[in-house]
Design a protein around this ligand. Structure first.
Ligand SMILES: Cc1cc2nc3c(=O)[nH]c(=O)nc-3n(C[C@H](O)[C@H](O)[C@H](O)COP(=O)(O)OP(=O)(O)OC[C@H]3O[C@@H](n4cnc5c(N)ncnc54)[C@H](O)[C@@H]3O)c2cc1C
Length: 540
């Protein structure tokens, strides 16, 4: 298999059920090998490999809407397109796809070929009483793109933004670029590269996610300190709402009232479609320094990560892998936690920064190992890139395999972590008869880490969704009770809504509903995300 996880028989078409293009992913023999990794723990095997769905097997309901003649070329009712726009890429999405359950397939898929056509599509949705669901890369793991909007709509339209793509303008003096919302990560970086620039925003879903999706979900890149959320890089934004277009001014900063850009960052398609943004870009780094450090005790590694996060050194990578996480990613043997450290710059040598970070590690009993090819850091990076394909394969083996992520202040982290682990382990025992939960820090802030947990447990055929729902409920309740957030970067979508509404002050929710009533009076934009479909329509 090649480094990008292909078996060499790819087509240009995205899968309707999992990560990447048709033909990409693990080969049957690799899936069998993977089964061996879990065989000692639970009964999984090649005999139980779930077959992905084919379009011709699906029974999609007849479209409830017909595209208007004036916009016919912008719409599709092709079964492939409707299936490909039904789900994001969460565990729940995969399981339902394997069950051939495409009950919420959109009635129509729109592919507006420019902003004017997008305006017309949204106008038509408003007149028709159809819900409009913006679709970027479709990599949501929280039900953000699923056209599940309740009963109050005449039908659903998935609005795919692939034609609103490209780096449109570069300002090398201020170091900013105007980029269209539907631009996928690789195209965005390829078009900035000739200018010697980079957005330097690399979520694990980079290959199949878009600038507009990143801003709409406030995504986190894989750089682990300092600027991680995409919000920090947004200089100005352009949003097409059902009421009209909002365009903000390019400014390096502004104290003029609440930030307009930040109202739309994290709006998850509920206020309008982000068609463009001026983004702060950077020179491409050319100097790097890195190491990985082993810790026998997780607590020492946590204290070390905190001291580095508070030191002002700002490593690009400061990723702490717990013992089990290191084992399962192949970076360690399970006897140590591993801290992967990396610095990078376009300007200055990073030796002194790394040296100081390693001093901090040594003072917390860390054992240092310089970065090299067979180094745990290299193994971790390659596992990170292959992660989406591996996850699909693990689900095909019948396991309950999903992640959840959060952030919490350092003062609460110890009891928080213990409490979350205990709640998840109890739920796994009840629902699955056992399982493993692993932890890593995806980001570290001066005031707290963003822990990321992965769950692997034996699934019971036909009961996987209920099993995961029980684990997710326990995890989410523990997170909220112990002072964390329901999401650090995966967003709210439909799946996190009930916890999100408990986390934010209710007066803020009212204010957000008020903003939605102004910008989207008919409540057509992504109903069910952030607020209930009924709340989305309350402005009508
Ligand atoms: C394997 C995997 C790894 C991931 N890793 C990360 C990670 O490292 N960091 C991270 O933050 N997230 C990660 N995610 C989650 C997901 O990739 C992010 O939420 C991403 O930002 C979504 O971008 P997208 O273009 O795919 O948006 P979509 O999934 O298409 O949409 C997400 C939400 O944004 C809305 N939306 C999309 N485009 C627009 C637009 N132009 N205007 C308005 N609303 C819009 C949609 O309606 C939906 O509510 C991962 C997901 C997977 C499957």
């Amino acid at each position: 298999m090649s480094a990008n996880g292909t078996d060499g028989q790819t087509s240009a078409r995205r899968k309707i059920w999992g990560w990447g293009l048709e033909g990409e992913g693990l080969t049957p023999s690799e899936i069998e090998q993977l089964a061996g990794t879990f065989a000692g723990r639970w009964e999984v095997g090649a005999g139980r490999v779930l077959e992905p769905p084919r379009v011709d097997e699906l029974e999609l309901r007849a479209p409830r809407l017909a595209a208007p003649a004036s916009l016919a070329a912008a719409f599709s009712t092709e079964p492939y397109e409707r299936a490909a726009h039904t789900y994001g890429r969460s565990f729940r999405d995969l399981v339902r796809a394997f069950r051939r359950d495409y009950a919420h397939a959109p009635d129509l898929v729109a592919f507006p070929r420019g902003e004017d056509e997008l305006v017309s599509v949204l106008e038509w949705c408003g007149e028709t009483g159809a819900a409009a669901i913006p679709f970027g890369g479709g990599s949501s793991v929280v039900g953000g793109v699923e056209p599940d909007v309740g009963e109050g709509y005449r039908g659903t339209v998935s609005v795919d933004l692939r034609h609103l793509a490209g780096v449109l303008e570069v300002d090398p003096v201020s170091r900013a670029a105007r980029i269209a919302g539907g631009t996928l990560g690789p195209a965005l970086e390829a078009q900035l590269k000739p200018h010697g620039l980079t957005l330097r925003h690399f979520p694990q879903s980079f290959e199949w996610s878009t600038l507009g999706g990143w801003i709409a979900t406030r995504s986190g890149g894989h750089f682990a300190t300092l600027y991680t959320h995409i919000d920090e890089f947004v200089e100005a934004i352009r949003v097409v709402t059902p009421r009209g277009t909002v365009q903000t001014r390019r400014l390096p900063g502004s104290g003029a009232g609440p930030s307009v850009e930040r109202l739309f960052s994290g709006s998850e398609g509920t206020l309008g479609v982000i068609t463009e943004a001026w983004m702060r870009v950077q020179p491409r780094p050319r100097l790097r320094a890195g190491a990985s450090v082993r810790f026998a005790a997780f607590g020492d590694a946590v204290d070390c990560a905190r001291e580095i996060a508070q030191s002002g050194l700002h490593p690009a990578n400061c990723r702490l892998l717990g013992h089990e996480e290191a084992l399962l990613s192949g970076s360690g043997d399970g006897s140590h936690a591993i801290l992967v450290l990396g610095f990078e710059s376009a300007d200055h040598d990073l030796g002194p920064w790394l040296a100081r970070a390693l001093e901090i590690c040594a003072s917390h009993r860390g054992q240092v190992r310089e970065e090299g090819k067979s180094d745990p850091a290299a193994v971790w990076r390659s596992a990170f890139l292959r992660g989406p394909h591996l996850r699909d394969a693990v689900v095909r083996l019948g396991l309950v395999a999903e992640t959840f992520e959060t952030a919490v202040t350092w003062d609460r982290f110890g009891p928080f972590h213990e409490g979350v682990l205990a709640a998840v382990r109890q739920a796994m025992d009840r629902a699955c008869g056992g399982g493993v939960v692993t932890c890593r820090f995806t980001y570290v802030y001066p005031d707290g880490p963003a822990p990321y947990y992965s769950v692997y447990a034996p699934g019971r055929p036909g009961a996987e969704l209920e099993q995961w729902d029980e684990i997710k409920l326990a995890a989410s309740e523990a997170i909220l009770a112990l002072g964390g957030t329901i999401t650090h970067h995966h967003a709210v979508g439909r799946d996190h809504r009930r916890w999100y509404l408990r986390e934010v002050p209710s007066l803020f929710t009212d204010a957000l509903r008020g903003a939605k009533a102004e910008l989207d009076p008919a409540g057509i934009m992504n109903p069910g995300v952030l607020m209930s479909p009924a709340a989305a329509r309350s402005g009508r």
